[in-house]
Ligand binder design. Structure first.
Ligand SMILES: [Zn+2]
Ligand SMILES: [Zn+2]
Length: 407
């Protein structure tokens, strides 16, 4: 489901409509642009006005693809639900269709309301969300399971407590009567204000140039001083990258995460080890015994099956370093976090392997350490319907790439 959020422009005060995954506030009235520095996004549902104490109760919204590795292959399913995070039984277990039926706001500090603290870890919420979608047919325990490209946000349900009654703050319907004026919500409010959304101007911290970005960009590019930036803890921080130069003029670059990793529990230390163990049909060159292999993973959201296909193809091919650090002239936005790419290593390994039996049973005992992670801009040729990377033989349908923005 797609969610809509309303946010005030810090410059002109105009109300701008955003998608849940938008990382940029682009004001249509005064044309200023700001990066949304938000951590885990916190949204509030609109509430009615009536006498009483206003409380906001958190629900975790979990949306993404869950991949499960079984001996017979890798399965995935899409999960999209909300999970109650405060154990109070008068509350509905999920928010149902409310978040998509209404326009929400980013939660902000307001003296008239109390935000209750979230009592559930994201890991636990994902487990519950995933269990809700689990089909009984495939009940075998997977050898490895991972969420990729998930969107996690907190959505607050407003409640109004008046005398001994609790009302749903959206509809006004009574939810419960409190015995002897007991306070079941207790002193559980959020302590500090550092969870509030902050807005950062899209200005290059290095040279002051206007940074290049789109609505869903998590990495902002400066073509003026050839730097890349990402918001972290309320400031813009540099992101290392490399560009593979294009042959022709009309190339479009796509972003990938290039991850150098160390494994424990499986004997992959070099590119040669990887080819041997996965049984990928490539003739091993003697120098590959000394080459540390890298994993390549799309740095943009795309359908789960295609995500794994592209990652496996690029990882099997391996690219020599280019040493070029020029921001490409035309480039699609980075919309998948580096941490998401890091979580997908075992899935890519399982997916790339021709000899699945050499790899999959070892996954539960394998651990991955990320040694280095950087962006790689890879040139594609646009043939009208598809983007083609001729050297690596990777083809991506443009429509599917466009649809990925909604994931
Ligand atoms: Zn404005
Ligand atoms: Zn710059």
């Amino acid at each position: 489901m797609d969610l809509t959020v309303l946010q005030e422009c810090p410059q002109c005060g105009g109300e701008v409509e955003l998608a849940e995954t938008d990382r940029l506030l682009s004001c249509p009235y005064c044309r200023t642009r700001n990066v949304l520095a938000r951590g885990t996004a916190r949204f509030t549902l609109p509430h009615i006005h009536r006498p009483g104490r206003l409380l906001h109760v958190p629900y975790l919204r979990c949306k993404g693809s869950v991949f499960s590795c079984h001996l017979n292959g890798i399965h995935h399913r899409v999960v999209d639900t909300t999970v109650a995070t405060v154990p109070i039984n008068v509350l509905p277990p999920t928010l149902g269709y409310r978040p998509q039926a209404m326009k929400m706001h980013y939660a902000s500090d307001n003296l008239d309301t109390t935000y209750l603290r979230n009592k559930l870890s994201i890991k636990e919420a994902l487990t519950r969300a995933e269990a809700r979608h689990q089909s009984t047919a495939k009940n075998a325990t997977p050898l490895h399971q991972e969420w990729i490209g998930e969107t996690i946000s907190l959505i607050y349900l407003p409640l109004i407590v008046h005398e001994d009654s609790v009302f749903d703050g959206v509809t006004g319907d009574p939810l419960a009567t409190l015995p002897n004026s007991s306070d079941i919500f207790g002193p559980v409010s959020l302590p500090s204000l550092d969870w509030q959304i902050r807005l950062l101007p899209t200005i290059c911290p290095n040279c002051g140039w206007d940074l290049r970005c789109e609505q869903e960009s998590i990495v902002l590019l400066c073509p003026h001083c050839d730097t890349a930036w990402q918001e972290a803890h309320g400031t813009l921080t540099g992101v290392p990258f490399e560009t593979v130069p294009a042959q022709g003029e009309d190339a479009i670059h796509l972003p990938f995460w290039r991850l150098e990793v160390d494994f424990e529990g499986i004997d992959i230390h070099s590119l040669a080890d990887f080819i041997r163990l996965t049984n990928i049909p490539r003739a091993i060159q003697p120098e590959w015994e000394d080459i540390k292999m890298a994993f390549y993973c799309p740095a943009f959201k795309i359908r789960p099956k295609i995500f794994l296909r592209i990652a496996s193809q690029l990882t099997a091919a391996q690219l020599p370093a280019s040493g070029d650090t020029t921001i490409p002239a035309s480039c699609t936005p980075v919309s998948l976090e580096a941490s998401e790419a890091e979580e997908s290593i075992k899935l890519i390994l399982a997916s790339a392997a021709i000899a699945k039996r050499n790899i999959l049973p070892r996954l539960p005992h394998t651990s991955v350490t990320i040694r280095r992670n950087q962006l790689l801009f890879l040139p594609f040729f646009d043939n009208g319907y598809e983007l083609c990377q001729e050297e690596m033989k990777v083809v991506i349908n443009k429509q599917i790439l466009q649809l990925g923005k909604k994931l």
